[in-house]
Design a protein around this ligand. Sequence first.
Ligand code: ADP
Ligand code: MG
Length: 274
Amino acid sequence: RAGGGREGQPRVLVLANQKGGVGKTTTAINLGTALAAVGERVLVVDLDPQGNASTGLGVDRTSRPVSAYDVLVGEASIEEALIDTAVPGLSLVASSMDLLGAELELADFDHRSHRLSDALAAFTSSDAGGAFSYVLVDCPPSLNLLTINAMVAADAILVPLQCEFFALEGLSQLLRTVERVKTSLNPDLEIQGIVLTMFDKRNNLSDQVAADVRDYMGDKVYRTVIPRNVRISEAPSFGKPALVYDYKCAGSKAYMKLASELIQRERTIRQAAA
Ligand code: ADP
Ligand code: MG
């Protein structure tokens, strides 16, 4: 295995940003596909009741007998919920509409913020889980109990950020939440990186915001920038990652580049920890 976190265990990276429409799901799907394309085994966990990562990976509602909801309420293990996608090396734990009620239902559970973390820990230390190098968790667009569960389960957070007005305000709100989770629930939590998405090079504001984010977050910001690209937005309606729908488009190329930059960054993190 080239990638991965602790020896023999996958790295759990959580795609979080409380703002909707910033590219969390698109990044989960296409970064996941790009990592799988270079030989990493990847699990995408779809925690958004909307289920866009699941449908975007071609797994429609009728082919999700067991979902992330069943995992959270303790009725299934991650292994039981695993679904193979059409992309070799890329598996999915699908969303279900039941996740909409999970917040209320979990309120009565012990360790309600640790439900995903416990399930993932059981999985990553199993033989089946040990074969994976990355788990990418796609979060809903809010800082609710589902997102908190993801942050508690995370080794690190990957933040997709759209270069628009107020991007920095949104980012500092997210960073405050990460700090709170770090203090109270997951002391090892870190920001793995910031990915600038839907970048429009004809728009001066994009450039200005990108510069501000780099000033503020320094090296945490990936050099690779994901351009706004119509092929990326078309792909989900065919139930395919952009990388499968059109691997030559600028968006697909950017996600391949992001994957190699991420693998390099992960290698550096592992060496620093060793
Ligand atoms: P989130 O999961 O954060 O809500 P999505 O990944 O669903 O955001 O993206 C929001 C919308 O923008 C979707 O319709 C998606 O297809 C589109 N989109 C995402 N990234 C790009 C891109 N690089 N170029 C063009 N459209 C994009
Ligand atoms: Mg989404």
